[in-house]
Design a protein around this ligand. Structure first.
Ligand code: FE
Ligand code: ZN
Length: 254
């Protein structure tokens, strides 16, 4: 049970931005690829006021809508948060979070009174960051929410554009060390193709077969449990194995 509502907003061809809204009408956006669909989503719920924008990494299909959304907010512009090392690469960035690898730290930012945590997850890009809203009550009855950008996809991971296989391996391990029910909200709807690749890596894995049969789109969010059971990159024992699988996926046409 969460007082924050999260809506996936399809953008561009296969991107997801996310609209987070609180009971008081405050709203936040994760990874606005383009302004249009997000401006529409905000307009559909007239009480909402955009307070902040969270960027998971600097790629254009995750930050392309920031400029217009900030300008459109007039004299009460939303803050724009990203990893400190993405300085100069995220338009209008005003919050620079120097989060470490391997653990989530509190950012000092709150969304409707809920603390926002962050962890550095290099691999796809050097400045990639995961944003985490932990469960409201820590009694095991509620699940937290993580925005993973292009580092972790359902049954897949991002390409290694700036980082190394070692970094990606560590980042995926850190993300999936959260409790099994944790929801993971990712950046692209690649799940069907990712599962076809996963099935070639582990043809005998019944969890992959089952997930393929039950797949519905949109497939976001996934969970830590589903990724631990089916994601060939999360399931790589060592970084070298992840590197091999990532190279095979780069040329996979399934
Ligand atoms: Fe990207
Ligand atoms: Zn992307």
């Amino acid at each position: 049970m969460s007082t924050l509502r999260i809506d996936a907003i399809p953008c561009l061809r296969d991107n997801y931005a996310y609209l987070i809204s609180g009971p008081g009408g405050d709203a936040w956006i994760v990874d606005p690829s383009e302004p249009g669909p997000l401006a529409e989503a905000l307009a559909e719920r007239p009480g909402l006021v955009l307070r902040g924008i969270l960027a998971t990494h600097h790629h254009h299909d995750h930050v392309g809508g920031i400029e217009a959304l900030v300008t459109g907010a007039g004299d009460a512009p939303p803050w724009v948060a990203g990893h400190a090392s993405d300085r100069g690469r995220i338009p209008r960035q005003s919050v620079f979070v120097d989060a470490p690898e391997d653990r989530f730290i509190v950012t000092g930012v709150e969304l409707s009174g809920r603390p926002l945590l962050a962890m550095w997850i290099p691999g796809h890009t050097t400045g990639a960051i995961a944003w985490y809203l932990p469960p409201e009550v820590d009694d095991g009855s509620a699940a937290g929410d993580v925005f993973t950008g292009d580092t972790l996809f359902a049954a897949g991971c991002g390409r290694l554009f700036e980082g190394t296989a070692e970094q990606m391996h560590r980042s995926l391990k850190s993300l999936t060390s959260l409790s099994p029910a944790t929801r993971l909200w990712f950046g692209h709807e690649y799940t069907a193709a990712n599962l076809r690749f996963a099935a070639t890596v582990e043809p005998e894995n019944p969890a992959i077969v089952r997930r393929q049969a039950e797949l519905t789109v949109p497939s976001t969010p996934t969970t830590v449990a589903a990724e631990v059971a089916t994601n060939p990159f999360v399931r790589s024992a060592v970084a070298a194995e992840l590197a091999e699988r990532r190279a095979a996926k780069d040329v996979f046409r399934g």
